[in-house]
Design a protein around this ligand. Sequence first.
Ligand code: PXL
Length: 271
Amino acid sequence: MSTPPPTALTIAGSDSGGGAGIQADLRTFFACGVHGMTAVTAVTVQNSLGVEGFAEVHTDVVTAQIRAVTGDMGASAAKTGMLATAEIITAVAKTLDEVHIGRGTETPFVVDPVAASMHGDPLLREEALEAIRTELFPRATLVTPNLDEVRLLTGVEVTDAASRRAAADALLALGPQWVLVKGGHLGDGPLCVDLLSDGTEYLDLEGPRHDTPHTHGGGDTLASAITASLAHGADLPTAVRDGKRFIERSVASAYPLGQGIGPVSPFWRLV
Ligand code: PXL
């Protein structure tokens, strides 16, 4: 017998193509030495060419999954991905309070506010944005929006360093402890700049931009790597730096698979 690794819970949707969503989270948790547990919120029908549709999981089943795993195995950290509807978001928020996960507890909670797939297919009903703002963000240790999600959530269009900072402040006003404004979708220069802030510190985190179309699951993999590092006990800025190193290598090792957008590879560490 061995000592159990730290545990991490992902509350997210299934990607039948295996590159994003729950599947990306589990690949990443595994590669980062964390035991992954899941509360599935929706089942998408998709491949590398796009999302054909999805079915939501009943809210009672979503919350029962969270209670079942946390009550028995405990969670060292948790994250959310695709939550699909306002009803699921409200039920998840209530249940996280009940099981003591999120801001004000000892268990860090990362919110990746997934709104659409890389192909632009919606993964969240429009009316659910308000539930993300009011129910999820105030409970989050960290939120990790990309620039499209920043615009949807705050109305701020990020085009430069000043608007990036304005976006961070607008997101912090919604109540998370930290925000990571991901700059990967901005421009095509050699660097991607993300801004990490808790309203006191504003840290520009630079990384190389890799010239690849195969970035399916990139956001999920970053948020999961950060969650895994938090599960190992890292402080928040350290976990974000760990996560960024992990996603850079995962993007550099991305592979073409199918006829569309291939997945990033969390397995770079194992080959
Ligand atoms: O990468 C965002 C994402 C999250 N969750 C699911 C997805 C996707 C993107 O396609 O399918 C289930």
